[in-house]
Design a protein around this ligand. Structure first.
Ligand code: PLP
Length: 420
């Protein structure tokens, strides 16, 4: 299959599987396909690789391997932590989370409300930060768990997890953090963080979709969410997804090696992109705090235009970005994260998230910066939302798209010639 050249700025939605990760998982798809729970060698040898991967994932967050429970995804990990806290504390029926969590928490919270539990969704400040005093005041004697994400997937804003964990500890309340967006971007150490539960999802760190984990601090009471066999030391039923677990382990190793690169090279690319957009395109605003933010993420409001129109035109030029979480794409509602930060629904509908990764290059940024300003101008010229309607620009989007297609065709035929 020939792959189209594209410029990928949606690493918070998912990431390219690293070639090293593919190599690591292939033997478990082709030859080593036994069941790790089997007593005979063909199966049990596979179990050793699962344990090896567990060690690598544990090392990523400085946990003990016994504290890692493999799950199917970040969503399951989040649901499992909250479910366990409620199940092991039957007298406590209150959960605290924030209004800007991923839908894995927001919709689970709504579900819990329907089931008769009480859920507090804490508001955030206009820069996306959290008032920890308000969080502290919201903890009640019947609060079973506080669940606050480490870094926001739409804005990249980082919450003060150590401080929140300390508050929860002092009040005797369990604390879970959804750290799905952090590997490779922040140094993770559960011992310093002081959380009871922490969620990860492998497809955000260059491994396949369909595998995640939940860190469960030693001696924390735990009630499984997926009830079945004795797998995962009785903490999660279901035959292990061996190839994906091995992939997760390899990705965890690689991402630790790349931490520095995300914080230097990728951060510099993100800053160049953000600073140039803000300096050269009028009426653009960054959403979220400048400093306490993931190094790869920028979320920009483009006033007087619809993000969906921008994304469509960018897509025609091979540029992938998004207007919010991939899990809410298709919804006509403005982002719940941006509206919780106080953006009007109209402004929130004009926001685009660019999330970079280790495979982005300077050339990618050049391509985006070449096409984005004229696209915004062109859309504003025809936008009924735009109060000033400046004169139409000569930028011809159709011609730019055709040129892009021609360049692609040429690049592909060059490649094929070289390969022949
Ligand atoms: N939490 C956050 C912050 C996320 O960004 C995501 C995915 O986008 C999830 C949870 C859900 O992870 P998964 O897709 O593995 O269910």
């Amino acid at each position: 299959m020939t792959q189209r050249k594209f410029y990928y700025f949606d690493n918070n939605a998912t990431t390219r599987i690293a070639p090293e990760v593919v190599d690591a998982m292939i033997p478990f798809l082709k030859d080593l396909w036994g069941n790790p729970s089997s007593a005979y060698f063909f199966g049990s040898q596979v179990g050793k690789h699962v344990e090896d991967a567990r060690k690598k994932v544990a090392a990523l967050i400085n946990a003990d391997p016994k504290e890692i429970v493999f799950t199917s995804c970040g969503t399951e990990s989040n649901n499992s932590a909250i479910h366990s806290a409620l199940a092991t504390n039957p007298g406590k029926r209150h959960v605290i989370t924030t209004a800007v969590e991923h839908s894995a928490n927001i919709n689970f919270g709504e579900y819990l409300r329907k089931m008769g539990f009480e859920v507090t969704f804490l508001p955030v400040e206009p820069d996306g930060s959290l008032d920890v005093h308000l969080l502290e005041k919201s903890i009640r004697p019947d609060t079973a768990i506080v669940s606050v994400m480490y870094a926001n997937n739409e804005t990249g804003v980082i919450f003060p997890i150590e401080e929140i964990a300390a508050i929860c500890r002092s009040k005797g309340v369990l604390f879970h953090t959804d750290a799905v967006q952090t590997p490779g971007k922040l140094k993770l150490d559960v011992k310093n963080l002081g959380c009871d539960f922490l969620s990860l999802s492998a497809h955000k760190l260059h491994a396949p979709k369909g595998i995640g984990c939940l860190y469960v601090k030693r001696r924390t009471k735990y009630q499984p969410y997926v009830i079945g066999g004795h797998q995962e030391r009785g903490k999660r039923g279901g035959t292990e997804n061996v190839a994906n677990i091995v992939a997760f382990g390899r990705a965890a190793e690689l991402v630790m090696e790349k931490l520095n690169e995300e914080n230097t090279r990728v951060r510099a690319l993100r800053d160049r992109l953000e600073n140039t957009i803000l300096a050269t395109i009028p009426n653009t605003i960054r959403n979220g705090a400048k400093e306490s933010r993931l190094p790869n993420t920028t979320n920009i409001a483009f006033e007087f235009v619809e993000a969906e129109a921008i994304l469509l035109l960018l897509d025609g030029l091979g540029i992938c970005a998004s207007s919010g979480s991939a899990c809410t794409t298709g919804s006509l509602d403005p982002s719940h994260v941006l509206t919780a930060m106080g953006l009007s629904p109209m402004r929130a509908r004009g926001c685009v998230r660019f999330s970079l990764g280790i495979y982005n290059t300077d050339e990618d940024i050049d391509h985006l910066l070449k096409h984005l300003p004229p696209i915004i101008k062109r859309l504003r010229d025809i936008s009924p939302l735009n109060p000033s309607h400046p004169d139409n620009d000569k930028y011809d989007i159709e011609a730019a798209r055709e040129k892009h297609e021609q360049d692609l065709a040429e690049a592909m035929s060059d490649k094929d010639e070289k390969a022949a």
